[in-house]
Design a protein around this ligand. Structure first.
Ligand code: PLP
Length: 346
């Protein structure tokens, strides 16, 4: 890995962050006259903890990783954007990403005026490691990996990811939004071996908290300090900190829901394979199935006509005539199966 200082934009490396009232005084006290808040209790009259220490302590416990290795964002979308703002010089530097994958990496690159180099996956949706490494030059700061990948649903091969981590000398992001549905362990366990690794996870999928907007970035303490410098001071509001914290207390409920979703994933895959118009159900380590049909546009529109919405991925590279179908409740999946398998002439 290049020195961190070489990887970080000069203005960010030299940045003196805004110091908010809640940052300057962290101890116990009974009279707070430091933040120009309204003193009358409303439940939310006080600013939230800018470093979310209570929530991070809980996350630290369930993930087995120190709180100083955790950054929390307004969804994973916040750390995705911050990676560009911390590491990539607009109009000059570039990133390399596998394709197809989650659309936000490319959108945030465009917003930040960073060149985004798309490297197609192999036909079996595995990483083309050589092509990714070959695409990198002296101005490449970041490589984006997503495993399990959206929209293909598969895990990237572990040795392929090792190769990228070992051979690329910049930042490697592994987005694990779907890791709770996966048969393989998280890369979090490898964090201390790779100072260039950032792992992203989220409360939006398995934890059933998409509406609360809370994503996690895990990395070396040095990288986490950079995130802390650049993020808005109060980026996670008090309501979100409280409800995510309560949700973590109900981890058993999350685990039984994941188990149900996995059971339904197998059942739905088997049922879909019997449908006339289904050509292929791709293996999935996520809470959705990528399904190839005879004519994705027609099938999508027919499903919409019946009030069932899936994601049409027909125009996505390597996903021609594919629909991405989220695993729902048993009843929802039955509705989908009934509608889809009645279609003979689309
Ligand atoms: C859904 C998803 C996310 C989650 O984004 P949030 O902003 O945390 O809701 C991140 N990455 C991928 C690949 C996803 O599919």
């Amino acid at each position: 890995m290049r020195d961190l200082e070489q990887l970080v934009r000069k203005n960010i490396w030299n940045l003196k962050p805004y110091s908010c009232a809640r940052d300057e005084f962290k101890g116990e006290a009974s009279v707070f006259l430091d933040a120009n808040e309204n003193p009358f209790y409303s439940g939310y009259n006080r600013y939230p903890d800018p470093r979310q220490l209570a929530l991070k302590a809980k996350i630290s416990k369930i993930k087995g990783i120190g709180a100083e290795h955790i950054m929390l964002g307004n969804g994973s979308d916040e750390p995705i954007d911050l990676v560009y703002r911390i590491f990539c010089e607009p109009g000059k530097e570039n990133v390399v990403a596998m394709e197809p994958t989650y659309g936000m990496y490319g959108v945030c690159a465009d917003i930040n005026n960073i060149e985004y180099r798309r490297i197609p996956l192999n036909a079996d949706y595995s990483l083309n490691v050589k092509a990714m490494l070959d695409a990198a030059d002296a101005n490449t700061k970041v490589m984006w990996l997503c495993s399990p990948n959206n929209p293909t649903g598969n895990l990237m091969n572990r040795n392929d990811i090792y190769a990228v981590l070992n051979e690329f000398d910049g930042i490697v992001v592994i987005d694990e939004a779907y890791i709770d549905f996966s048969s393989e362990p998280s890369w979090l366990a490898e964090l201390d071996k790779f100072p260039n690794l950032i792992v992203l996870q989220t409360f939006s999928k398995a934890w059933a908290m998409a509406g609360a907007r809370c994503g996690m970035a895990f990395a070396s303490t040095q990288i986490i300090e950079l995130f802390n410098k650049v993020k808005y001071p109060y980026n996670i509001n008090s309501l979100t900190q409280n409800i995510i914290s309560e949700r973590i207390d109900k981890i058993a409920e999350k685990e039984s829901q994941v188990e149900l979703i996995l059971k339904e994933r197998s059942r739905l895959a088997e049922e879909l394979k019997k449908c006339n118009i289904v050509e292929c159900v791709y293996p999935s380590d996520a809470n959705f199935l990528l399904v190839k049909v005879a004519d994705a546009d027609k099938t999508y529109n027919a499903l919409v006509g019946k009030g069932t919405i899936v994601r049409n991925r027909n125009t996505v590279k390597l996903c021609g005539n594919c629909l991405r179908i989220t695993i729902g409740t048993k009843e929802e999946n039955d509705t989908l199966i009934n509608v889809l398998c009645m279609m003979y002439d689309v």
